[in-house]
Design a protein around this ligand. Structure first.
Ligand code: C5P
Length: 228
């Protein structure tokens, strides 16, 4: 079993309010991108890591990831997340037949078990993603008012890595770009083709770091963290 992992790290991370792109911010002595990349480096199924970073950060990212034992390719990303994923897809070797995993570098506490679960499910079913149960009651809102309460038993919060057969993901992306649709994850593009997407259990630790509070939360979980 061998997979290509695309780590999207080209967001500016404006909600962090920092002067560096989010993927380069420190979490317990390691930038988020390096932490995420190390998990994929440790995953037996991953043969190539493609890191997609902001323009002007390619050399910095190459240096950062030089200690990985898995092959690494670094390219610059685009304006939207899906533009960055597309740049990553261009680096997948011609004729590759294994699964492609797409992961947010902003989820640095991903673990090897989750990566392997998604890879296996994507190999078996063509498309897979990790999902967490939704614990809050979710409302549909319009103009500041509640219009509907959704049945949370039917809902799940999507995480990454999301895994797909390479040809399926390429077809889904071609269709999304052709139809000028903006997608916030890969599964949305694949669902539009009517393909079945398998679900594996997500991890509460695999939260996306979006705000300074998320970073503080992640820091509190690291070994040796001192609790106030
Ligand atoms: O903005 P958001 O938190 O949804 O981004 C999710 C992931 O997608 C992050 O790891 C971010 O770096 C990446 N991204 C990207 N290119 C963009 C926007 C976001 O690689 N243009």
């Amino acid at each position: 079993m061998s997979a290509v992992a695309i780590l999207v790290a080209a967001g500016r991370g404006e909600r962090m309010g920092a002067d560096r792109p989010k993927a380069f911010l420190d979490l317990g002595g390691q930038p988020l991108l390096l932490r995420a990349a190390r998990a994929f480096d440790d995953a037996p199924s991953v043969q190539l890591v493609v890191a997609v970073v902001p323009e002007g950060e390619v050399e910095a990212a190459r240096g950062l990831l030089s200690s990985l034992t898995t092959s690494v390719t670094v390219v610059s990303g685009g304006r939207r997340r899906q533009d960055s994923v597309l740049e990553g897809l261009k680096q997948v070797p011609d004729g590759f037949e294994g699964p492609v995993l797409v992961h947010d570098a902003a989820r640095p506490l991903v673990d090897v078990r989750l990566i392997e679960d998604v890879t296996r499910a994507a190999e078996e079913d063509g498309a897979a993603l990790p999902v967490l149960p939704v614990v809050d009651t979710i409302k549909r809102l319009r103009e500041g008012r509640v219009v509907e309460t959704l049945d949370r038993e039917e809902l799940g919060a999507a995480q990454t890595p999301q895994g797909f057969r390479f040809d399926l993901l390429v077809s889904a992306y071609e269709a999304a770009f052709r139809d000028r649709v903006t997608v916030t994850d890969e599964a949305t593009a694949v669902e539009r083709l009517g393909a079945r997407v398998q679900v594996v259990p997500g991890s509460p630790l695999n939260r996306k770091i979006t705000t300074p509070e998320d970073l503080a939360w992640a820091e509190s979980l690291l070994p040796g963290a001192v609790r106030a």
